[in-house]
Design a protein around this ligand. Structure first.
Ligand SMILES: *[C@@H]1O[C@H](CO)[C@@H](O)[C@H](O)[C@H]1NC(C)=O
Ligand SMILES: *[C@@H]1O[C@H](CO)[C@@H](O)[C@H](O)[C@H]1NC(C)=O
Ligand SMILES: *[C@@H]1O[C@H](CO)[C@@H](O)[C@H](O)[C@H]1NC(C)=O
Ligand SMILES: *[C@@H]1O[C@H](CO)[C@@H](O)[C@H](O)[C@H]1NC(C)=O
Ligand SMILES: *[C@@H]1O[C@H](CO)[C@@H](O)[C@H](O)[C@H]1NC(C)=O
Ligand SMILES: *[C@@H]1O[C@H](CO)[C@@H](O)[C@H](O)[C@H]1NC(C)=O
Ligand SMILES: *[C@@H]1O[C@H](CO)[C@@H](O)[C@H](O)[C@H]1NC(C)=O
Length: 776
């Protein structure tokens, strides 16, 4: 009876050298209002993500701060996703016998929805989650990499400690059958082991127990009362919901500890993870302390001097950084699909979201992980034939737009991420994306033959070979992304010494201009990205471009905001308007400035874009536009714009995110914006706004180099850069490159209240563009 009655009192131990950054993390930001943030317990990139599941339509990440009841505390989750809920496997739910009619344990309510129970406010911190349930039981959970350790504290006087293991339910109802639950004595470990498996996932739970009841909630009910040494092995019949209800004689104990190892490959491995990672199931507090220490370690590559910075800003910053490290999940060594010595990461949900901000962040704050991610992506290419866009639960998901793994790879390549990466094979994967058409709804690109012929992807393209199985939409936004993906391929080609290839792909990156309609007009501005027909004529969507007047505001927050998703009716722009996509030429902003009518028009057009409501910060294409004033030498306007966005749309409330967090993408936008620079993902450019801390250091965990960013005189009013030095030499460019983070160094800003300083405004200070000789 080792599991019973053990209550440890050791507090988390934090050494002086490692600041307890976890204290600033509020895990509940974005758990309402569609943020879909995972608030439960996990390690950085942890395989196991354990937390409560709400009976809510918004439960993509399990727990939702909307007051709905709890169906269980499950072991696996994704973070911040749109689409349908995923994972949520193997929930536990502690019971008291009062929930079973007449105290009859064969009459407890175990059905997934019916068992949902009310609760009080949960608490959470990195590596820990706890929730008081209305039956008086407090449920807590902490984690190691592959194992969750649960602790249930029952009300004193409880005559039987009960908890349910639901073997078949998850958040999406994905159970496919072939399940079994086995309870067997295992005296060498902790009394009795329970294992279960079902098709595509497997699980082990080794709690000690005195009594277990196997149930099926439809079909023929089967209960088995067990003595401590008894065994049963049940096949789950007819795919019916099934599980085990455990009952413990409490003696004087009110606490029950249960560990659950999770493996994607085998039951034996799940048990091994549980036993190796948590040898002592009574050591909840020590496991919790180790999880917190791991988080402090990972968070601690960034350090800030918070003098003069509000507690709220610190909470926002660290909570946001924390969320960028939840996904993807590192399941290296536990990949059932192929045998490889390369790392394996899952839950890229989706790269369309994360390539812009999350993976560039890893390049400076977690380059070891980023190198493993790149290796995993290249290994996915080796074994499946393609780089992924969305890939989760070991399977392909729907490609959102372009083949943006290309830009994810080029970003790391140009930033010198090399550790054990086979970049030649990486390059092969990039070229395949650009040249070989697959089923572009799940991999690669569509419309390759048409683009070859026409220079763009036409509306309703029929050149796809093999025919695409998904919606053949998004022709305009996909072309913009393909063009920019090609630019990234060009950068990698150049770096690998493939000069001809580089020239070819840089040239193809100019294709965006083939769908630039210089005559399209809206709100006084001329020139927009507009879809085209295969015969070259401009396309007007009869549903909203009435009288052949193109509506570049369609899909923006002010007109048809919800029309542009991944469905057959989705139109030619994905999750943003032409107004917003018409800024997306990061390879050649100088040419875009000219196309728009010069710097002054570009600047006032940006002003209108924000003031007229065309901008959508709740979706990832809206991130980069907030920094684009730098391309016309107006960095002070970037400062004001980012400031306004942060104030209006990001805060520490439960509803403090403007959209799905998308595996930490929203969090990463907040992090970058506070650090004072923002990545133009896919290339070696960071656009400067201004730091929100007077002193920031970022330690390169690979070589120990330290980049220090100092904002002298920073205050709420002194928020504009007046002058700057880089390693002591005057620095006037309104952008920086990655060398600061590979070599270390000090970037020092003198801050002031004047918006009119000449700093960063000259032509020579502008970020690179292809047409003005950049990148070549
Ligand atoms: C929530 O659970 C409580 C018991 O804790 C129950 O009384 C209530 O009906 C449940 N609410 C819903 C909407 O299921
Ligand atoms: C990923 O998991 C593997 C296997 O457990 C481990 O060796 C590696 O260090 C992990 N990577 C990170 C960044 O934690
Ligand atoms: C790409 O190459 C073609 C053929 O040489 C040329 O006509 C076109 O202008 C080039 N495009 C760009 C953007 O350089
Ligand atoms: C723009 O309009 C002018 C005048 O009608 C026309 O000559 C030109 O071909 C148009 N350009 C495009 C790209 O449609
Ligand atoms: C071009 O194609 C579109 C769409 O099929 C069609 O409506 C239009 O009439 C065509 N224009 C010409 C000049 O053929
Ligand atoms: C917090 O952010 C959310 C999401 O952007 C917004 O709806 C809400 O108004 C903000 N709350 C405050 C107090 O600013
Ligand atoms: C900035 O922080 C670094 C690291 O904490 C420290 O060494 C340095 O003295 C600080 N500089 C200033 C000017 O505060």
């Amino acid at each position: 009876m080792k599991a019973l009655g053990v209550v440890l009192s050791a507090a988390a131990v934090v050494s002086a050298a490692t600041p307890d950054l976890a204290q600033f993390v509020n895990a509940f930001i974005g758990t309402s209002n569609g943020g879909h943030v995972f608030s439960g317990a996990t390690l950085p990139w942890g395989s196991v993500k354990a937390g409560a599941d709400s009976l809510s339509g918004d439960n993509q990440a399990g727990y939702v701060s909307d007051g709905t009841n709890i169906t269980g505390i499950s072991q696996l989750h994704d973070d911040g996703t749109g689409g349908g809920a995923s994972l949520g496997n193997f929930p536990f739910l502690p019971f008291t016998s009062t929930e079973c009619a007449n105290n009859d344990l064969t009459k407890c309510t175990v059905d997934h929805d019916l068992r949902a129970i009310g609760h009080g406010d949960p608490t959470a911190s990195p590596g820990y989650f706890s929730i008081p349930l209305n039956n008086g039981v407090k449920a807590e959970v902490t984690v190691t990499q592959h194992t969750a350790l649960h602790r249930f504290t029952y009300p004193s006087g409880t005559n039987q400690l009960l908890f349910l293991l639901d073997a078949t339910s998850d958040l999406s109802g994905s159970y496919q059958g072939d399940g079994r639950v086995t309870v067997s004595p295992n005296p060498t470990t902790h009394g009795t082991r329970v294992t279960g498996s079902g098709r595509s996932t497997s699980v082990s739970t080794p709690p000690t127990f005195v009594q277990a009841k196997y149930y099926q909630t439809s079909g023929s009910l089967k209960y088995t009362n067990l003595r401590p040494t008894a065994t049963f092995d049940r096949e789950i019949q007819n795919n019916n919901p099934a599980g085990v209800l455990f009952g413990f004689s409490p003696g004087s104990a009110t606490t029950l500890s249960v560990r659950m190892g999770i493996s994607w490959t085998s039951t034996a491995k799940a048990c091994a993870y549980a036993e190796e990672e948590i040898p002592d199931i009574s050591a909840f507090d020590a496991i919790h302390a180790a999880a917190r220490a791991k988080w402090n370690d990972v968070l601690g590559t960034v350090q800030v001097d918070a003098t003069g910075v509000s507690a709220d800003t610190q909470e926002l910053f660290w909570s946001s950084l924390y969320r960028t490290y939840i996904s993807p999940t590192n399941i290296t060594g536990d990949n059932p699909l192929w045998t490889s010595t390369e790392p394996y990461y899952d839950s890229f949900y989706c790269i369309w979201d994360s390539f812009r901000v999350v993976h560039p962040l890893y390049a400076i704050t977690a380059p070891t992980t980023q190198a493993e991610v790149i290796r995993a992506l290249i290994d996915i290419y080796r074994n499946t034939g393609w780089l992924p866009d969305c890939r989760m639960s070991l399977d392909k998901g729907f490609t959102q737009g372009g083949s943006n793994a290309d830009s994810l790879l080029s970003d790391s390549f140009v930033k010198g991420i090399t550790a054990n990466i086979d970049w030649e094979t990486g390059y092969e994967a990039l070229v395949k994306d650009a040249t070989v058409e697959g089923d572009f709804s799940v991999q690669g690109r569509g419309g390759i033959p048409s683009r070859e012929k026409l220079g763009f992807v036409p509306v309703g393209d029929t050149s796809d070979n093999p025919p695409n199985e998904g919606p053949n939409t998004r022709s305009a936004s996909r072309l913009l992304e393909y063009a920019y993906n090609d630019f990234g391929i060009g950068l990698v080609a150049k770096g690998l010494g493939k000069t001809d290839d580089a020239a070819h792909y840089f040239n193809k990156s100019g294709d965006w201009f083939n769908i630039w309609n210089p005559n399209a007009t809206n709100t006084g501005f001329k020139g927009f990205i507009q879809p085209r027909n295969a015969n070259g004529s401009w396309y007007f969507d009869p549903r909203w471009d009435l009288n052949n007047i193109f509506r570049p505001d369609h899909c923006s927050p002010v007109f048809g905001h919800n029309d542009c998703f991944l469905n057959p009716e989705g139109g030619e722009f994905y999750e943003a308007s032409s107004w917003e996509y018409s800024w997306y030429v990061p390879q050649d902003m100088a040419k875009l400035v000219q196309a728009i009518g010069g710097p002054e028009t570009f600047s006032s057009r940006l002003d209108t874009f924000f003031s007229a409501g065309f901008h959508d910060i709740g979706d990832e294409p809206g991130f980069l536009p907030t920094y684009l004033y730098n391309y016309v030498g107006q960095p002070a306007k970037t400062v004001d714009r980012v400031d306004a966005i942060l104030t209006q749309f990001y805060n520490t409330s439960l509803n403090g995110l403007p959209g799905n967090d998308d595996s930490g993408a929203m969090g990463a936008y907040v992090v970058w914006s506070h650090l004072g620079f923002f990545p133009v993902a896919g290339q070696d450019t960071y656009l400067l706004n201004r730091p929100y801390f007077p002193n920031i250091t970022i330690r390169n965990e690979v070589n120990g180099a330290v980049a220090t960013i100092i904002a002298s005189g920073l205050s709420d009013t002194n928020k504009y850069i007046q002058s700057a030095t880089l390693n002591g030499a005057e620095y006037t460019k309104n952008w920086i490159s990655h060398s600061l983070f590979t070599n270390g160094g000090t970037l020092e800003f003198v801050m002031g209240s004047s918006k009119n300083s000449a700093w960063g405004t000259a032509d020579a200070d502008l970020p690179m563009s292809l047409s003005t000789g950049g990148f070549l």
